[in-house]
Every structure is written in structure tokens, then in C-alpha cells.
Write a protein that binds this ligand. Structure first.
Ligand code: NAD
Ligand code: ZN
Ligand code: ZN
Length: 348
């Protein structure tokens, strides 16, 4: 095997990324080396590219390879790894957890107290190869389209959030039509919601959301959400809310439009603290659930939803060779993109 590989690296603490030659990692005992086929750019990668306050706080040891949304094949097994084989198609859970805390013991790895993130705390997948613990490897059926599997990590956030509460026959409000909100809209329709209404303040994002067959895609800067609710025959308010914008304005609007006793899953991460009137939540008897990462079972649900007919291909707006990663990040920064896929299957 080659000793060096191409990798997209954060070279120093500051804006930008660089394509560099770095050593191919060697899988330690219990680890697996994965040859990357396709990767997808996540909002987190954009934070790291732009070097905003979040990135400055979390990327502690540049130079490092970034990226955590990928699909590929097993290239090498470290000592002691069983049940997997070279050539097998795989993706990987990006949160490496401790296996010993109370949440890990109950299978709730999404709440592990000692999570290490691939592409943030250790070298990531925007490279020809990535190394992860065997316990994080996710087997991927050959029937699944690799461009879609490339963003299963983000699909997992959407699945975790959308399927937190029952959806059959429910009216759902999604605030934020970023890639994750749009994917969540597709899941809600697929899972049997009655009405799925998504909001944003960016028309390009709402155009994309319409491709997932939402009942309404509402620009709340221009349109009155309550009027749309009337048109959609939503009388008492939304039964389920999925907050996927991180916006205080959107969250307050969601609270005001929920039915009494409604349930809200919170995924969006705000860039500043919110000020809320708690009485609005208490008086309505709302249930709020914070969502972090994915449950391991979400990976199974994702494969099965796609095999059952959930089509996520409309979410992909751009495809580039990995050497053109700058174009991919420009597309993400433009606010006009859905998912951006980078191809690692050919050399240029
Ligand atoms: N909790 C987790 O584990 C986790 C994991 C991944 C992403 N996230 C967060 O989930 C959110 C969604 O991720 P994404 O990649 O789709 O993000 P994104 O930034 O691409 O999408 C957010 C969308 O919200 C829209 N928005 C802003 N203000 C709004 C308002 N007032 N009303 C309605 N929409 C508004 C933006 O225009 C944008 O389209 C982000 O906040 C992200 O940080 C959380
Ligand atoms: Zn991601
Ligand atoms: Zn743990």
C-alpha cells in the first residue's frame, strides 16, 4: 500500500484549508483503515474552513485532516478486529465514545460524556484513507447509492430529530431548511405525517425543500405562517416541531404555533444564548427534547428508509473532485447549496 496520501488539512489556526500529502494512517489494535470513495461537506466543516469562534475553540491541534461524512471500503484491519473484512463497503459513526459511562452502557452513545469527534478532535475523512475504531464501522449495503451514503452522518441527525416523536397523522413544523431540515422533511413525509411545513428566510433553500414534497415551504420574512396554517387546515397548532435553524426568532415562532401538549425536538445550535418566556412553554404543556448526534440504531433506520423508497437525491446540489474542494466550500458558503459531494475514487 502507498505510504502517503492526499488529504484536506487545516494547516494552521486560521481561515482556509490545504490539500497536502500526509502519511497513510496505520490501524492500531481494534481499528480499521477505510479507503474513502465519497465524502460530503457538513456545516461543521464550513465552520472549520471559515475559522469562526466555534472552530477556534474546538480545533485544538492543527495541522489536522478534517471531514466526517463519508463512504468507502475497508482497506486494512488492525489486530483483533473480527466480523469485518477487507473490501467491505462501510461508513462510520463520527462520534467515538468511551464504552464505559452509564449512557454507553445503555446503548445511548449519543449522550456519552467523553465523546471524541472524527475530523474535529482527531484526523478525519477528507483524505484517501481514514482510521476509526472497529466499533464505529457501519456496514453499508451494496444496493445503496454512494452519493447518498456519503451524507448519512447528516441524514442521521435528521433521522434522530424527526423520529424522536411519533409522526403518523401529525402536523409537523420544521424551522430551518438547511440540508438537515430538508432531509428531515423527507423523513416526516415518508413516516406518515399529515402536513409538513418548513420555514426559512432564504428562498434558495425553500426551493430545494419543495423537492421533498413538503406541503408548504414558507419564507417567514414575507409570509404569515398562521395564514399558511389556515390554508393547510391546521386548526389547533402543530403536533410536532423540529427546530433546525438555531435561530431564536424561529424557535419563538415555533413555540407560538404549537398545539397545547405539542412535542419539540431541538437540533439547531444557536450562535448565542436565547431569551425566552418560560411561561409560554409551561402554559402550553410543551415537551422539549434536545438532540445531539445520532443513535446507532438510526444508521439501520436510514438504510431501510432509503431501501423502502425515501429518495434523498434532490438534496445533492453539487458534485466535485476532491482536488476542487475550494469550489465545494464556496458553494456551501453561498447559502444556495444542499449537500456537496466530493469524489475520491479517481486521481487527477
Ligand atoms: N445537535 C447536533 O448534534 C447537530 C448536528 C448537526 C447540525 N446541528 C445544527 O442543526 C442545524 C441545521 O443544520 P444544517 O447543516 O442544515 O444548517 P444550515 O445552517 O445549513 O441551515 C439552517 C437554516 O436555518 C435558516 N434560518 C435562519 N434563520 C431562520 C428563521 N428565523 N426561520 C427559519 N429558518 C431560519 C437558515 O437560512 C438556514 O437555511 C444547524 O444549527 C446546525 O448547527 C446540530
Ligand atoms: Zn456532519
Ligand atoms: Zn461513554
Amino acid at each position: 500500500m502507498q505510504a502517503f496520501m492526499d488529504a484536506i488539512v487545516k494547516p494552521i489556526a486560521g481561515p482556509g484549508l490545504e490539500l497536502r500529502r500526509v502519511p497513510v494512517p496505520e490501524p492500531k489494535a481494534g481499528e480499521v483503515l477505510i479507503k474513502i470513495h465519497k465524502t460530503a461537506i457538513c456545516g461543521t466543516d464550513v465552520h472549520i474552513y471559515n475559522w469562526d469562534p466555534w472552530a477556534a475553540e474546538h480545533i485544538k491541534h492543527p495541522p489536522m485532516t478534517i471531514g466526517h461524512e463519508y463512504v468507502g471500503e475497508i482497506a486494512k484491519l488492525g489486530d483483533g478486529v473480527t466480523g469485518l473484512h477487507v473490501g467491505q463497503r462501510v461508513s462510520g459513526e463520527g462520534h467515538i465514545t468511551c464504552h464505559h459511562c452509564r449512557n454507553c452502557h445503555t446503548g445511548n452513545i449519543q449522550w456519552c460524556k467523553d465523546t471524541v469527534s472524527v475530523g474535529v478532535d482527531r484526523d478525519g475523512a477528507f483524505a484517501e484513507y481514514v482510521c476509526i475504531p472497529a466499533t464505529n464501522v457501519i456496514m453499508i449495503d451494496e444496493s445503496l447509492d454512494e452519493d447518498v451514503v456519503a451524507f448519512f452522518d447528516a441524514f442521521g441527525n435528521a433521522t434522530h430529530t424527526a423520529l424522536m416523536f411519533p409522526l403518523v397523522g401529525e402536523d409537523v413544523l420544521i424551522t430551518g431548511a438547511g440540508p438537515i431540515g430538508i432531509i428531515a422533511a423527507g423523513i416526516c413525509k415518508f413516516a406518515g405525517a399529515r402536513r409538513v411545513i418548513i420555514t426559512d428566510i432564504n428562498d434558495d433553500r425553500l426551493v430545494l425543500a419543495k423537492k421533498m414534497n413538503v406541503d408548504a415551504a414558507v419564507n417567514t420574512m414575507r409570509e404569515d405562517l398562521r395564514e399558511v396554517m389556515k390554508q393547510q387546515n391546521i386548526v389547533e397548532g402543530f403536533d410536532v416541531g423540529l427546530e433546525m435553524s438555531g435561530s431564536e426568532i424561529a424557535f419563538k415562532q415555533m413555540i407560538s404555533c404549537m398545539r397545547n401538549g405539542g412535542k419539540i425536538s431541538l437540533l439547531g445550535i444557536g450562535n448565542k444564548p436565547f431569551t425566552l418566556n418560560m411561561n409560554d412553554i409551561i402554559g402550553k404543556g410543551l415537551m422539549l427534547q434536545g438532540i445531539y448526534g445520532r443513535k446507532m440504531d438510526n444508521w439501520h433506520q436510514m438504510s431501510y428508509m432509503v431501501q423502502g423508497g425515501l429518495d434523498l437525491s434532490p438534496v445533492i446540489t453539487h458534485r466535485f473532485h476532491y482536488t476542487e474542494f475550494e469550489k465545494g466550500f464556496a458553494a456551501m458558503n453561498s447559502g444556495k447549496s444542499g449537500k456537496v459531494i466530493l469524489d475520491w475514487t479517481t486521481k487527477k
